[in-house]
Design a protein around this ligand. Structure first.
Ligand code: FEO
Length: 402
C-alpha cells in the first residue's frame, strides 16, 4: 500500500526506504539502510521532484499514483541524474506521457547516456534562476555542479522556502516514520551516518559545496529536503554549520583517531601502548580502528570529525600494507586537509611503510606532522618506551593548543 507524508500543505514525501541493500554504490556498508526521497507538489499544476532507486519502484509508483489521484503529472524535475534517483523516469513518462521533464543541458545528456527511450519531446530545459509557477507554489532553479555530479541543481520553492537539495544535506540511514530530523534523536541516530555520507560521497567537492551554500545563503530557507535521510524544518543553523565545516575540511572537534594495519598484532600493540599513554595524559574519546576490519568509510568519517590522527602500518612486499595504502589514497583523493598526523611504521628487514605513508600524506594540504615518526623493527621493545612517551607528549601538547 502507498505510504506518503504531507510535509507542507500540498507538498508530499513520496519516497521510501531500503533496509536490504548491503552497500550503497556497491561500496559503502548500510547497517541502517538508506532512504530515497522524492517529493510531489499537488498545486494547480503538479510537479514531482526526483524519482527513486529501482529497488523501491513499486512503492514509489503507488505513492505517486495515490497523491495524484486522477490528475495528470505536469512536471518531473530532475535535480540529479545518478541512477539511485533516476531509475523511474522512464516509467513516469510512460504513465504520464505529457509530462515535462525539467532539467538542464547536462541532465538530458546524462539521461541519454544512461537510458535509451527517446524523451526529447518531453524535455523542458531550464537555465539558472528560471522559475516555474505551479499555482501557490513556484519553483526556482539553482545549479549546484559537482554536488555531487556536474548536472546537479537545487530546486527552491519560493512561497514556503523549501530547498530541494539533491544529495546535499543527505544521510545514510533509512527513515523510520519520523521523516523530520527534529522528530529523531539526530545526534545519536543520524549524525555519524550523515558525516559518513558527506565525507565519502560528497567529500571531494568541498569547494563546490561552499559555492552552492553561498549561492543559496541569501534565500529564506525554512525546510531542506534532501534525496537521502531526514527532512530539516527546525534548527537549520545546526545542519548548515556542520556542512560548512565538513566542506571546508575543518574538524568538528579536537580529538584523535588511531588507525593501524597489523598482520600479527605487533603494530596493533604499538598503537595500544600509545593509546594508553594518551589516555593517561588525559586525552578522552580516543577512537581506534584496525583498517583490515573496519570499512574505510567509517574511518574516513571519523577523520573528517577529529583534528588529529595516528597512522601505523607495517611494510608489506617492500611497500605499504595494501589496505592502508588504499585507505590513505582514498583520503587524499577525497581532498582531506587541515589535519595533524603522527606516523608509525613497522618492518622486519626493509623499511618502506613509513616512507610511503609520508609520501601520501604530503599530497594532502595543510597536514602537519606531530612528533617524530617511529619506525619499529618487528615489535616494540621496552627500550623504545621513551620514544612512544615522546610521541604521546607531542600529541598531547598539540591537542592542548588553542
Ligand atoms: Fe544519491 Fe549522487 O546520488
Amino acid at each position: 500500500m502507498y505510504s506518503v507524508i504531507e510535509i507542507s500543505p500540498k507538498v508530499f514525501w513520496v519516497g521510501g526506504n531500503d533496509r536490504r541493500l548491503e552497500r550503497f554504490e556497491n561500496m559503502f556498508p548500510l547497517p541502517n539502510g538508506v532512504s530515497y526521497n522524492s517529493y510531489l507538489i499537488g498545486d494547480e499544476k503538479t510537479a514531482l521532484i526526483d524519482t527513486v532507486d529501482a529497488s523501491i519502484s513499486a512503492l514509489y509508483l503507488e505513492n505517486v499514483t495515490h497523491v495524484l489521484g486522477d490528475r495528470k503529472l505536469d512536471y518531473l524535475v530532475i535535480n540529479h541524474m545518478e541512477p539511485d534517483h533516476c531509475a523511474n523516469i522512464e516509467e513516469i513518462v510512460r504513465r504520464y506521457p505529457d509530462v515535462k521533464v525539467v532539467g538542464n543541458k547536462k541532465t538530458f545528456q546524462f539521461f541519454e547516456q544512461y537510458y535509451s527511450l527517446d524523451l526529447s519531446s518531453n524535455y523542458m530545459e531550464i537555465q539558472e534562476g528560471d522559475e516555474l509557477k505551479l499555482g501557490d507554489h513556484t519553483l526556482r532553479f539553482y545549479f549546484a555542479p559537482m554536488v555531487h555530479w556536474p548536472e546537479v541543481m537545487f530546486t527552491y520553492e519560493v512561497s514556503k522556502g523549501i530547498l530541494f537539495s539533491a544529495d546535499a544535506f543527505g544521510s545514510f540511514g533509512a527513515l523510520s516514520g519520523n521523516i523530520f530530523a527534529d522528530e529523531t534523536d539526530f545526534e545519536n541516530a543520524f549524525l555519524d551516518e550523515s558525516r559518513r555520507y558527506y565525507a565519502n560521497i560528497v567529500g571531494r567537492y568541498g569547494m563546490q559545496v561552499q559555492a552552492a551554500l553561498k549561492k543559496v545563503s541569501t534565500l529564506e530557507i525554512n525546510m531542506i529536503c534532501s534525496v537521502h535521510g531526514p527532512i530539516w524544518r527546525k534548527n537549520l543553523a545546526y545542519l548548515l554549520d556542520k556542512y560548512d565545516k565538513w566542506s571546508r575540511y575543518i574538524p568538528e572537534q579536537k580529538g584523535i583517531v588511531l588507525f593501524y594495519a597489523s598482520m600479527y598484532g605487533n603494530t596493533e600493540n604499538v598503537m595500544n601502548v600509545l593509546a594508553n599513554k594518551l589516555a593517561m595524559r588525559g586525552i578522552q574519546d580516543i577512537r581506534m580502528y584496525d583498517v583490515s576490519k573496519t570499512h574505510p568509510s567509517y574511518i574516513i568519517s571519523d577523520v573528517w570529525k577529529y583534528s588529529h590522527m595516528v597512522i601505523a602500518s607495517p611494510t608489506y612486499n617492500m611497500h605499504l600494507y595494501f589496505v592502508m595504502d588504499a585507505l590513505l589514497r582514498e583520503m587524499s583523493a577525497l581532498g582531506l586537509k587541515n589535519r595533524k598526523v603522527s606516523l608509525i611504521g613497522n618492518h622486519t628487514w626493509s623499511s618502506a611503510a613509513l616512507k610511503v605513508m609520508q609520501v601520501i600524506i604530503s599530497t594532502m594540504k595543510n597536514v602537519e606532522l606531530v612528533g617524530t615518526p617511529l619506525d619499529i623493527r618487528s615489535s616494540l621493545k621496552p627500550e623504545q618506551d621513551a620514544d612512544v612517551d615522546a610521541l604521546a607528549d607531542a600529541i598531547y601538547a598539540s591537542l592542548s593548543e588553542q
